[in-house]
Each structure stands twice: as C-alpha cells, then as structure tokens.
Design a protein around this ligand. Structure first.
Ligand SMILES: [Zn+2]
Length: 412
C-alpha cells in the first residue's frame, strides 16, 4: 500500500459512475469528459440486455419442460398401447402416431430455435453474460460495466498497447477486490483475440478512435448467438460523404450527401456489420442506433441462421439522391415472390426513379447499399428508457441519454 500511496502523488483520480481510475497528471488533459455519454448509454443498454437475457432463458426453459412432459406422456401411452388388446391396437396406433408426430414437430421447432437463438438458451443454467471490451485503453469503461451492471459475468479488457494494459491493471487493483475478481486485462491485438475466441462473448464492445472497419470481421465472430455487439464509429466526415471513395473502401457502401447524413452514417455502419456477419451465416438485429456528440454508436444482436441470411437483400437499399433538391428514393436490393407455401427470392426491380427528378428536373446520385430495415427495437428502447428513469442517480449523463432515448422512442 505504501508503494501505491507514494506513486499516487503523480496521479489524479478521475471518478465516473461507480468507478475510479488513476490518470498520470501529465496525461489528464486527454481525459474526454464527453465520452461519459457513450459509457452511460452503453451501461443502460447492457442493463436491458441482462434483463432480456434472463427473460429469454426462462421462456425457453418453460417451453423445454413442456415439451419434455409431453414426450414423457407419449412414452407412457406407448407402453400402455403395447399391453392393450389387438382390437384396440389399430385405434391406439393412429392416436399414438398423431401424438408422436406432434412431439417430433415440436422437438424439431425447438432444435431449429436452438440453432438460431442464443447459445445460453440451450444450457439449463443461466450463465452471467461475458463481456469483451476490445479496445479498452485505461479500462474505465470495463470498470464501470463490472461495478454498475448487476448480473454480468467476467469483463475482459484488451489493448494492444503495453502502457495502456499496465494502466488498466493498475486501475483494476485500485478499484478493489470485487473488481479484481471480475475484470481481466490482456495485452493483445483485438482482431487475433476475437478470432481465436469464436462465439465466446455475450457482449462485444468496440469503441475505436476513428473507424471500426478493420475490427468488424473478427468482432461479428466473437459474439455468442443472441449476443450483443456494441460498435462506435467516429469517422463522421467519411460516413457522411466527404470522401465517398474512402467510405466505400472501409464500409463497402457509397455515401451521398443529404440532410439525413447522420442517419445515413448509422445505416452504412449497420449494412457493413451485416455484410461481415453474413459471411459466417450470421445476421444482425439492431436494438438501438444513435448519433451522439461527434460519433455514431450501434447496438446490434447477432444470430446464426443460414435461412435468415437469405433475407439480407430485403434489408438493404441503394439511395437515389437528387443533386438539385432534397428528394431521395430507396431502391431495395431484393424482393420475394410468394410461391405455393414458401417464397422465392429475386433481385429488386429498378430503377425506382426516372432519369430526371420529378420535383426539380435534375439528375440523381446513387449511393449505398445502406441498411433500410428498422434501426431500433422499440421494445428494447422503451425498456431501456424506463429503466434509466427508474435509477436517475446512477447515470452521470442522465439528461443527455434520456433525451436521446426519448427522441428515438418518439421517432416513427
Ligand atoms: Zn430534385
């Protein structure tokens, strides 16, 4: 302790939420207080995640028990059937077959569900969600998660810089015994670490300086089925169309300039994450997508389903932006044609606009593809907002995040 106290002279203690970190006095200028918005919002969404995680697990357990009961009942009726007389046999056979088919169907549904739904759902015991912070720096975010979000499992904080990992380890110690047992810091290239831990983390947090593009491919693989990927992009100029060609090289989407630039930035980022996920038979479901301060941040769940990824083209669109006025049109990449009891997939029919804008007569720029499906899950947004309001004192950025969440919940 004496050694720590002596060293403390060189440091300034920064407190945020329930975590404290030590910053070298000479580095304290780099502490960015506006990032508290980002961390508070993430904590709010994480709390919702923990609650939903539990709810979904309970619902599945209920369904499983019901199925098992039914299977048991059928077993009994099969045994009874064997004892019955020959005259009754045929009738019982018919009933039995019907019931067995029903059980087989149900088990089939269940196993289908198990492949597309979270891995935690298949285990009887609910395991507390594991969190990975891929680019943790001094670890403030990881420490706050561990301190403030009840029901979380371990938080793994990575950084590729030796000094940052040392600072992170120092901060873990400084926050006391309960943190030491909950947060781990490792020196690692996040991409290598995520690739070598496939589907291992229920939550993966990517908060880079600049673009997350080089981390997306490994990040979508590290998230467990039904888990949550939280991802920030701060390269707003790129996403908003200042350098369209740079945006295309990073995200695979061409931005067009429009008044909706922040929303387009979100939709480009979502399309890019989906595209990386699709390579591994996975797809995303956005729960919350926000523009705050100077960056965009998306919260998406990741699932695995070879059949669901066929729907991806239906969730993506090209954008026709008039160069003369504000009018723009979306051109969906794909469409479905109903066929008997199923659907056939086909390319979209275009173009959806004439050569010249019907409002001003000018030509259109073509951008995209962007994510054109919903960017929020209404239920998640409402749950998160309600939860935040119920614990006002625990959010240093309460006003900011409630205002963002309220705007989102009121938008169509
Ligand atoms: Zn026009």
């Amino acid at each position: 302790m004496g050694e720590v106290e002596e060293k403390l002279k060189d440091y300034e203690i920064k407190r945020e939420g329930e975590a404290e970190i030590l910053m070298l006095k000479s580095n304290a200028v780099f502490f960015n207080p506006v990032q508290v918005h980002n961390r508070d919002m993430s904590i709010a969404v994480l709390r919702t995640f923990v609650a939903k995680h539990k709810e979904e697990h309970e619902a599945l357990m209920k369904k499983r028990n019901k199925s098992h009961k039914k299977a048991k009942q059928n077993e009994t009726s099969v045994q009874n059937g064997e004892d019955a007389s020959t005259s009754q046999h045929d009738e019982i056979d018919v009933v039995r077959e019907k019931e067995l088919n029903q059980v087989v169907d149900e088990m089939d549904d269940l196993s289908k569900e198990a492949t597309k739904t979270p891995s935690w759902k298949v285990t009887r015991e609910l395991k507390p969600p594991l969190v990975l912070e891929a680019l943790a720096a001094s670890g403030l975010r990881s420490l706050r998660y561990a301190h403030e979000v009840n029901g979380l499992g371990k938080v793994v904080a990575l950084d590729n810089d030796k000094a940052s990992v040392e600072a992170c380890k120092r901060n873990i110690k400084f926050n006391g015994a309960s943190t030491i047992s909950k947060v781990e810091a490792h020196l690692a290239d996040a991409r290598v670490y995520m690739l070598t831990h496939p589907k291992e983390f229920d939550v993966v947090d990517l908060d880079p300086y600049g673009s997350p593009s080089i981390f997306l491919d490994s990040a979508v693989q590290a998230v467990a089925d039904g888990g949550l990927l939280m991802c920030t992009a701060t390269d707003m100029a790129v996403l908003c169309g200042t350098n369209g060609e740079v945006c295309y090289s990073k995200y695979g989407s061409y931005p067009v300039k429009g008044k909706y630039c922040h929303e387009m930035a979100l939709r480009i980022l979502l399309a890019s994450i989906e595209s990386h996920a699709n390579r591994y038979k996975r797809y995303i479901v956005p729960v919350l997508s926000v523009f705050m301060d100077f960056y965009v941040r998306v919260f998406v769940r990741v699932f695995t389903s070879a059949s669901e990824i066929k729907n991806t083209p239906l969730k993506l669109s090209y954008v026709y932006q008039c160069v003369g006025c504000d009018s723009f049109h979306l051109q969906c990449l794909g469409r479905t044609i109903p066929k008997n009891n199923s659907v056939k997939y086909a390319p979209g029919i275009g173009p959806v606009v004439p050569q010249e804008c019907s409002d001003c007569g000018k030509k259109f720029n073509v951008g995209g593809p962007v994510w054109s499906a919903p960017i929020h899950d209404e239920d998640w947004v409402v749950s998160t907002l309600t939860d935040v309001k119920s614990m006002k004192d625990r959010y240093p950025a309460y006003d900011k995040i409630t205002s963002v969440l309220t705007t989102v919940s009121e938008s169509p």
